[in-house]
Design a binder for this molecule. Structure first.
Ligand code: ADP
Length: 485
């Protein structure tokens, strides 16, 4: 079974969030299951030079984007047995950030068409194209509406995964004509039209043979107006093709027993003794009082409203009256960056903020923190809580999306659970849940059991990769091709 995995970011090349973690880990696991999977993504200028040096040029050609004839180089790298292709065009991809440019519509129209054009040049005829989020939604659309007329592409089935429905790639109608070479017939409610504009996310949803999203709860949520981002009607219409498959984490990259970034490695058997060294190291690094008994509550997150920061902002000053320490690592909206800078200044012995993106520090925080706060307004899957669990930092989450599927609130009647959770998007509900968690933090035996249980659960990709493989195999068997898994 041959699968092309088209994505806009991927660990270890470039990352802005969980999408890159998924793209970095899932193909490796699918490869292990015997799938011939290849990944294709833009060759960003932000990919470290040490990695770019290892790429090998395969070919170059021109891609037609409206009246433009744009250069497209294809570079290749084999890593962990997976083949990665990079679409090279410095005009589009040598920028200081991945997204948020005035011409994103043009950049990703180019990327989508370049991916499809590259297949013939690479002589790689996938059975399945698996695209991810709005950046690649138009690949699946173009396959269905244009490329399927060509025998080289006609057998290809498409899968589209929604990692976050909030970001949709909405552009003016002119993008459809001038960049995608699509006529007026595509500007209809059944196709690309979205409240007077076009939506790349919608393109992926209307055209793909199967749509997946990253947790069973989010799959249900996005079919409702509250979470549906104005696409809930369409998602209800396509519900028979919609599947929720929970993300995993890369258990090699996120392994407290073998993590080069942390002070002392540990596992579920020796965490009681060894985790505390990481806690003290973290306190020292941030200039916090070195107090083993004081719980550290941490957040590692994009600083946006999605992540529930309005709740934190509402009650953190009250929480900091308690005997706790609070650490945040994040970057995002000015409002929240400045808020945490202010709180650090106001509570120098209790609250610390690192505003920026720092992979090593993220690992050190997961290893050193006692509690991991993730009060998201919505959360398609969430990886932060999974990494935290693996490192024995007990999550406190709001019951939404993947947080609901992965964190079970501690129950004192039967001792079950691996974290703490609350239902309503309400600051004081969150605050009371944090207080409840701290209460149990001080009950040594309960806490030791919770940490051990959190660390010993399976968060790997194995099960989920198997489910993705099944989605591929089902599609192929329906089209008359049978494949051995
Ligand atoms: P999202 O994809 O919505 O941002 P996830 O929880 O799915 O949220 O994934 C976030 C990933 O990015 C996790 O691996 C988390 O550790 C990492 N991360 C988020 N912010 C930072 C940061 N400032 N520095 C380092 N890693 C970060």
């Amino acid at each position: 079974m041959k699968v092309l995995f088209a994505v806009s970011e991927c660990v270890p090349f470039v990352k802005t969030g969980g999408l890159a973690d998924v793209a970095g880990a899932l193909p490796k696991e699918l490869k292990r299951l015997g799938t011939d999977i290849r990944v294709i993504m833009p060759k960003y200028g932000l990919i470290p030079q040490s990695i770019r040096e290892k790429m090998e040029k395969v070919t170059d050609f021109k891609v037609k984007i409206g009246w433009r004839n744009q250069y497209c180089g294809i570079e290749k790298l084999v890593q962990d047995d997976v083949i990665y292709y990079f679409i090279d065009n410095e005009y589009y991809f040598k920028r200081d950030s991945l997204y948020g440019h005035y011409d994103d519509g043009e950049r990703f129209s180019y990327f989508c068409r370049a991916v499809l054009e590259s297949l013939k040049k690479l002589d790689f005829q996938p059975d399945i194209i698996h695209s991810h989020d709005w950046h690649t939604g138009m690949i699946n659309y173009l396959v269905k509406e244009e490329y399927s007329m060509d025998p080289f592409y006609s057998h290809i089935k498409t899968v589209f995964t929604i990692h976050n429905l909030q970001f949709q790639g909405i552009f003016p109608k002119s993008v459809m004509h001038d960049l995608l070479n699509l006529g007026d017939e595509h500007f209809s409610i059944e196709r690309l039209e979205f409240y007077g504009n076009i939506s790349f996310m919608k393109g992926g949803i209307v055209s793909s043979d199967k749509i997946t999203t990253v947790s069973p709860t989010y799959k249900e949520e996005i079919q409702t107006p509250y979470f549906g981002e104005r696409l809930d009607g369409l998602l209800r219409f396509r519900s028979s093709s919609l599947i929720g498959i929970l993300n995993g984490i890369d258990d090699v990259l996120y392994n407290p027993a073998d993590d080069p970034y942390i002070k002392k490695t540990y596992n579920e058997m020796n965490c009681q003794n060894k985790k505390k060294h990481n806690k003290l190291a973290l306190q020292e690094m941030f200039g916090l009082p070195l107090k083993e008994e004081v719980p550290i509550i941490a957040m590692v997150t994009r600083l946006t409203k999605q992540k529930g920061l309005d709740l934190v902002k509402r009650v953190l000053h009250e929480m900091l009256e308690w005997d706790i320490q609070f650490i945040v690592l994040g970057t995002g909206d000015n409002e929240f960056e400045n808020y945490f800078r202010h709180m650090e200044w106001a509570y120098p012995n209790k609250c610390k903020a690192y505003i920026g993106f720092n992979e090593a520090l993220a690992h050190q925080i997961y290893a050193g923190a006692d509690l991991f706060l993730m009060p998201s307004k919505f959360e398609p899957c969430g990886l932060g809580q999974l990494i935290a669990l693996r490192y024995g930092a007990i999550p406190i989450v709001r019951e939404t999306g993947g947080l609901n599927d992965t964190v079970q609130s501690y129950r004192e009647d039967n001792g079950e659970g691996n974290g703490f959770s609350f239902t309503n998007f309400n600051a004081h509900d969150m605050m009371h849940t944090v207080r409840r968690a701290i209460y149990y933090y001080h009950k040594k035996d309960v806490w030791a059991t919770l940490v051990k249980r959190a660390m010993s659960q399976d968060y790997s990709w194995a099960q989920s990769a198997f489910k993705y493989n099944q989605v591929y195999a089902d599609l192929l068997s329906r089209s008359g091709k049978s494949h051995v898994l």
